[in-house]
Structures are given as C-alpha cells and as structure tokens.
Design a protein around this ligand. Structure first.
Ligand SMILES: Cc1cc2nc3c(=O)[nH]c(=O)nc-3n(C[C@H](O)[C@H](O)[C@H](O)COP(=O)(O)OP(=O)(O)OC[C@H]3O[C@@H](n4cnc5c(N)ncnc54)[C@H](O)[C@@H]3O)c2cc1C
Length: 448
C-alpha cells in the first residue's frame, strides 16, 4: 500500500491550496480528484472561439487571501467594464436608467431601502463571520427566515424585495424564506458589510486575465504528478495513527487526510468507523442553492453605444441581475445574467430552446430587441453535476447555523474537513477557499 504524509481529497481551490502549502512545508502529499480536471467550481470553456467562465469569476477588493495568492502565482487582473448608466426593471417591467448605487424607486421606497441597509449593517458589524453563533441574538435571528425578518422590519414591498434580492437570489441563491436572518447576516459579514453586497462595483470588481480557473490550473501545474485525476474516493477507514483512503481497487495510507469536498458530498464517502452523528446531521442541514449563470455574446457591446454599462437589476425579472462580461481585449460584447432559485427550477423544466427564448426575452426587457439575437449562448450546468450539485455554494436551513455551524470545521481523528462553504470571511467565494485551504494545511502541520 502506498503511504503519504497527507492525502487531499478534492482538487478545487481549497484542496489545491492545502496541498501546495503542505508540499512547500516538505510533506509528501497526494491530491485525489474525482473529475477528469482540476478546479471544482472554477472552470473555463471556449465557445465559438471565445472564453466563457462557467463558475466563479470575480474578485473583490476585500478578498485579501485570494489577491495575495494571485500575486504569488503571477496572475494578472483587470477591471470589469462598468462605464455608463445602470438599469432597473420595476414591477411593471419598465427599464429605468440610473447612475451610482441608488435604485430609481419612489422616495418612500428609497428611504425604506436605506433604513433596512443601515439596520443590516449595524447588525453585521456585531457579527464575527467565523463564529456567527456567538452573537447575543444568534438564536433568535437563526429561528426566523430572512423574509420574515424583512416583513417585521418594513412595510414597503418593493424595498423588501430589493433587499431580499441581494442576499437571496443574488448570493445564497435560495428564496429569502428558505434561510434564516442569521445566515443572511453571515453572508453580508463575510464580505465586510451588507453595503458591499449591494455595490456591484465592489463585489464584482475585477476579473483574472485568462479566467479565475487559472488559479487551480497554476496550483496543479506546480504540484505536478502529486495531483491524480479521475480518483473518486469512495471510502475512508481511519484510526488513531492515520487513515486508509479507498479509490476503486486501490488503497492509499496517510497520517492525515484533508477532505476538501463540499459538505453535502461528504455523504458519498463511506467512513469506518462511521462519522459521529452530529457530523452527518450538520452536513444534511447544509444544502446547495441553485442559480443558472447565462452568458451571451454579440457582435459588439451595443449597450455601450447608448451609454449603458450593461449592469441591470430586476427583482421581478427572470434574469434578476445582468452585467457586461466582455473579456479584456475582446471586440465582441458579452453579457452575463443569473436565473436563481425558484425561477431556475421553473426554467430548468423547460426544453433548451424554450429556456433560451425566455432568458433572451428577459434580457430584451433590459436592453431592447438587439438582446434577442446573440451569436453564442452558454448556460452553466452545476445542478446536473453530482460532484457539485448546485451553485454558487451551500448554506444552512433555518436554525442550522446555531445548531451545527461549529461542527463543520471540526476534525474527526486524522481527517480535516473544509471548502469555501465553511469559511467565515469569503464564505462561498474563492477567497474563502484560499483561507480554508491555508487553515487546513496549518492544522495538519501543527497536528492539532
Ligand atoms: C456559477 C458560479 C459562479 C460563482 N461566482 C463566483 C465569483 O464570481 N467569485 C467567487 O469568488 N466565487 C464564485 N463562485 C464560488 C466559487 O467558485 C467556489 O466558492 C469555490 O470555487 C469553491 O472551491 P472549493 O475548493 O472550496 O470547492 P469545489 O470547487 O467544489 O471543489 C471540491 C472538489 O472536490 C471534488 N470531489 C468531490 N467529491 C469527491 C470525492 N469523493 N473524491 C474525489 N474528489 C471529490 C470535486 O470534483 C471538486 O473538484 C461561483 C460558483 C459558481 C458555481
């Protein structure tokens, strides 16, 4: 049987960062990845010769861990295109232009949005993203849905719908009644403030030249043949001295295992002895949200010619948010839009042609008829991939964060667990994956 210091399961950013730090520290490490590629939720594809980022792509200014890694790997970033006016599609389906961050809504709704934003930011300032369950009001806030919390705070429906949009469809990719107010506060705290989630120019600030998937590709290049693809780990037997990891007919032994797979996927692996019950329960209460990322390419970025940035929000639209997604140096024009949670369920049941027609029709509500005729149309497909299961990441159901949150980062014997889904800062983002990967490597090295 082959023996290593550490076996890392999963070649997403978390697993690769952990492996690289362990290798740098002189450990004999191997990475086992079930897919035939590295990167997990980061993947780039060429369609009709153009680059499309199917998973994560943006970097924001607060993401220090990711920014430092980009620098270390020698990867360059560029600013997302943003010059010009944004669009807001109201309940009546009217697209209205606006500048800055303030939505073109009536004065009462605008005041209600500002009040809710301030209340959220005051609460967020009190939350430790690594330990949200320690907040004095944590139990109460974790037992009500975010939707209920918003209704208790505010009578203005349009204000509520817009605030719900930023955390629900746009971030956790679940309806605001499917997660708790505390989970919403954690989402905001992980980005530094609620206002940061609202500011597209902040949260979607920069992109990586060649795509964010260059990060796992470069880490894997450095790790070389320590990374093994098509290795679906099905069983782990562990004891006080280490663990035996089973892949097909092969058994590999190590002193430590880093299980860098999303919490719901831990269940695909058979453990001997069984994991403690609360470890299984915790992961059953954390589930993937669902968003379909849709990207379209046109012969030119026609919206720029009429002074539009390509940014649009529409809490009542099928495509609830849209941005100019033209890669640096392209003469063609790209838009990216998102269809989330129940809307994604609904269009997911349609034929590919019907889905495309409905998505393009929603884009046309923002940008007019020219949006109906792209040269290329690409949908992300994470919900159909068993080795992910949704997008962007996972979050707890109501009450789960206070009941089980602390369990997700606890080791079991020689096994450490984690992905961006359990990060405080950078929660559900690549920055969180870098942080967790670094932390897991430190835990292994310190033999905690
Ligand atoms: C559509 C979409 C858009 C996003 N947008 C952004 C964005 O703009 N900015 C941002 O920062 N983040 C974004 N994210 C989130 C970001 O991509 C993830 O948070 C991050 O990539 C997660 O990395 P990870 O390594 O923690 O997990 P993963 O990438 O999920 O890696 C886990 C790996 O484990 C492997 N695996 C699972 N089970 C096994 C097994 N039994 N044996 C072996 N291997 C196994 C999987 O194949 C996978 O490669 C987005 C995600 C999606 C899906």
């Amino acid at each position: 049987m082959t023996t290593h210091d550490t076996i890392v399961v999963g070649a997403g950013v978390t697993g690769l960062v952990a492996a690289w730090r362990l290798a740098e520290a002189g450990q004999d490490v191997v990475v086992l990845e079930a897919r035939d590629r590295v990167g997990g939720r980061l993947r780039s594809e060429l369609h009709d010769g153009s680059l499309f980022e199917i998973g994560g792509q943006w970097v924001s200014p607060d993401q220090d861990a990711l920014k430092a890694l980009l620098e270390e790997l020698g990867l360059k970033t560029y600013e997302r295109y943003r010059a010009g006016a944004s669009l807001y599609v109201d309940r009546g389906g009217n697209a209205k232009r606006f500048d800055g961050e303030d939505l073109p809504v009536g004065p009462e709704t605008a005041a209600a949005i500002e009040r809710l934003t301030k209340t959220l930011d005051d609460l967020v300032a009190e939350i430790d993203p690594d330990r949200p369950w320690d907040h004095p009001e944590a139990q109460r806030l974790d037992r009500i849905t975010f939707q209920q919390w918003l209704e208790d705070q505010c009578d203005d429906v349009e204000a509520r719908d817009n605030i719900a949009l930023y955390v629900g469809p746009a971030m956790l990719t679940k309806p605001a009644w499917a997660f708790s107010a505390l989970q919403a506060l954690l989402m905001a705290a992980s980005a530094g403030s609620f206002r940061h989630l609202v500011e597209a120019d902040f949260i979607l600030d920069r992109r990586v030249a060649g795509g964010l998937a260059s990060v796992p590709l470069e880490l894997a290049r450095r790790l070389g043949d320590r990374v093994r693809l098509c290795q679906d780990v099905t069983a782990i037997e562990y004891d006080a001295d280490g663990a035996t990891v089973v892949v097909g007919q092969e058994r590999l032994r190590a002193r430590s295992v880093v299980l860098a797979v999303p919490p719901p996927l831990v269940r695909r692996i058979r453990f001997t002895p069984e994991l403690p019950a609360e470890h299984r329960h915790a992961r059953e209460h954390q589930s993937f949200g669902l968003v379909i990322k849709v990207q379209v390419e046109y012969p030119a970025p026609f919206w720029r010619e009429v002074g539009l940035s390509g940014t649009g929000f529409g809490p009542y639209q099928l495509v609830h948010e849209v941005y100019d997604n033209t890669p640096e140096g392209y003469a063609t024009g790209h838009l990216v839009g998102f269809v989330s949670d129940e809307s994604a369920d609904r269009i997911g049941a349609l034929s590919a042609d019907q889905r495309r027609e409905q998505v393009l029709s929603s884009l046309a509500t923002y940008f007019g008829e020219q949006a109906l005729a792209p040269t290329t149309y690409v949908e992300s497909d994470w919900q159909h991939q068993e080795l992910t299961g949704g997008a962007y990441g996972t979050s707890f159901d109501v009450g789960g964060l206070t009941r089980y949150g602390r369990v997700l980062r606890e080791p079991v014997g020689p096994i450490e667990f984690g992905t961006s889904d359990v990060s405080g800062l950078g929660f559900q983002h690549v920055d969180g994956a870098v942080r967790i990967g670094t932390e897991l490597a430190q835990c292994v090295l310190s033999g905690r």
